[in-house]
Design a protein around this ligand. Structure first.
Ligand code: KIV
Ligand code: ZN
Length: 522
């Protein structure tokens, strides 16, 4: 690969998925992996196989897709983790083992309780073992940006000597600033023997809002791999946003003098896909993929735009895959048009799923005048969660008022055709519906979070509800949509109940509680 090509290493499914509320099912992860392949990322970091059986299964499933990008898994510096990564990724023609250990004084003293030499020894041993299993090995000194420069150079030199083919420099806590990071990369370039024989990579977190700026500073100083996530999702304030770093490199090509292999017209659909799967909304003013990113409101701007778009527009909406008319289909649209739009939005549905989604589309088109991309995404997510059962919402009635309790009646049907119906009374309609669902299924939950957003615009827009609820001390996420917000909430709650039941059926109930345990596979 030439020196002016920057590899894009996507960690949405590992660092991104680790963020609270962003966990995905196996099916959802496969869908995102497919979208990342269409986006032409160079590397997909698919997960941390040693974290849980669900993580292992997801990484293996993505490796088996073998859809083009290198498939990578994360490991601590121990043989069990490394062997697990290898077992999980080896089905992909091109695969990578990524090992990491923290190097900063704070981590050495408080987290690892290890001396500098011990850390180097552990990294070298891990890289050597990984190289015995795989030709492509990445090493990350965690918290590199807070590590003493001379020690960091020593660690990086030892990693290269041991066989690492990529060395990644993480700003783990989002602490650095562009000028300082520039100095760090130049220092490594000047002081580490054979550094030009490996790919130097950068991995930034966004705690001070500088993840993209810091990543670009590293690129300008010689980094040739950027680690990032779709919509910048990730721990705390998130990671470097893929769409922002890619479009900065493309739009300012004359400044950076490098390019990526990203198919930028897939950016918008991929961002929407990840947002609808995780239930993490994209802020309206988010650069590149926010709804307002290409909207010109001020009269003077509109006037300029009419004269020439370059007066106020530095990128064309089409370059990022945003079609100007977001208003897509209507009541009379046919199956073909619907299927094409579904594909453009990044969803691959089989014939059965497509038929079900199309039926739902027709039903919704009867209730709703204008159908937007958000409506189609919502339909697909509803069909998806319904097809993962066991329970499907058959019907519901809710009554409520200002001076009386609310009542909800719910009817559910399972995959064998068995029906169950329940009613409940509570002080509000959502509470009554949730109670009826719990009674009908026998699954008791503790609601932790209820978030409501409008999926599109207009009075008849669908409501999109994300709920997080605990069962036996473990959090589960669900989301649902409908033009009726109580129904949307009930669909979200039922998705949680179904996840609990599927987990029970797979005998995973006895595993220890942890915030991201095994939900990847259910
Ligand atoms: O932020 C970090 O340091 C990481 C490493 C494991 C690369 O995610
Ligand atoms: Zn990270």
């Amino acid at each position: 690969m030439s020196d002016d090509r920057v590899k894009i290493f996507d960690t949405t499914l590992r660092d991104g998925e680790q963020a609270p509320g962003c966990s995905m099912t196996l099916r959802e992860k496969l869908r995102v992996a497919k979208a990342l392949s269409d986006l032409r990322v160079d590397v997909i970091e698919a997960g941390f196989p040693a974290a849980s059986p669900g993580d292992f299964e997801a990484v293996q499933g993505i490796a088996e897709l073998n859809s083009g990008p290198i498939v990578c898994g994360l490991a601590r510096c121990n043989p069990e983790d490394i062997e697990k990564v290898h077992a999980a990724v080896k089905a992909a023609d091109r695969h990578r083992i990524h090992v990491f250990v923290a190097t900063s004084a704070i981590h050495r003293q408080y987290k690892l309780k290890m001396a500098k030499e011990e850390i180097i020894k552990s990294a070298v041993g891990a890289i050597r073992l990984a190289r015995e299993l795989c030709d492509d090995v990445e090493f990350s000194p965690e918290d590199a940006s807070r590590t003493e420069l001379s020690y960091l150079a020593e660690v990086v030199a030892a990693a290269i000597e041991a066989g690492a083919t990529t060395v990644n420099i993480p700003d783990t806590v989002g602490y650095t600033v562009p000028t300082e990071f520039d100095r760090l990369f130049r220092y490594l370039k000047d002081n580490v023997p054979r550094i030009d024989d490996i790919t130097l990579s950068v991995h930034c977190h966004n705690d001070l809002g500088m993840a993209v700026a810091n990543s670009l500073a590293a690129v300008a100083a010689g980094a040739r791999q950027v680690e990032c996530t779709i919509n910048g999702i990730g721990e705390r304030a998130g990671n470097c946003s893929l769409e922002e770093v890619v479009m900065a490199i493309k739009t300012r090509a004359e400044h950076f003098g490098v390019d990526t292999g990203i198919e930028t017209t897939r950016l918008y659909p991929t961002a929407r896909l990840v947002s609808s799967i995780t239930g993490m909304p994209i802020p309206r003013n988010k650069a590149i993929v926010g709804e307002n990113a290409f909207a010109h409101e001020a009269g003077i701007h509109q006037h300029g735009m009419l004269q020439h778009h370059s007066t106020y527009e530095i990128m064309r909406p089409a370059d990022v895959g945003l079609s100007r008319s977001n208003l897509v289909l209507g009541k009379h649209s046919g199956r073909h048009a619907f299927r094409d739009r579904v594909r453009e939005l990044g969803f691959e549905l089989d014939e059965f799923e497509l038929n079900r989604a199309f039926q739902e589309f027709k039903k919704l088109a009867d209730k709703k005048k204008d159908m937007y991309d958000g409506d189609i995404e919502a339909i697909i997510m509803n069909v998806d969660s319904a097809s993962s059962g066991p329970w499907v919402l058959r019907s519901m009635q809710v009554s409520s008022g200002t001076d009386r309790p609310s009542n909800a009646s719910i009817a559910l049907i399972d995959e064998h055709g068995s029906e169950v119906a329940e009613t409940a009374e509570a002080s509000g309609p959502v509470e009554a519906a949730f109670e009826a669902l719990e009674r009908a299924t026998g699954v008791r939950l503790t609601l932790q979070k209820f978030e409501l957003h409008s999926a599109t615009v207009g009075d008849d827009a669908q409501g999109e509800v994300t709920v997080v609820a605990d069962h036996d001390g473990q959090p589960y996420r669900g989301h649902g949509t409908s033009v009726d917000i109580v129904e949307a909430g009930s669909r979200a709650y039922l998705e949680v109940i179904n996840r609990v039941l599927r987990r029970r059926e797979r005998g995973l109930d006895s595993l220890p509680a942890s915030s991201d345990i095994n939900r990847a596979s259910i």
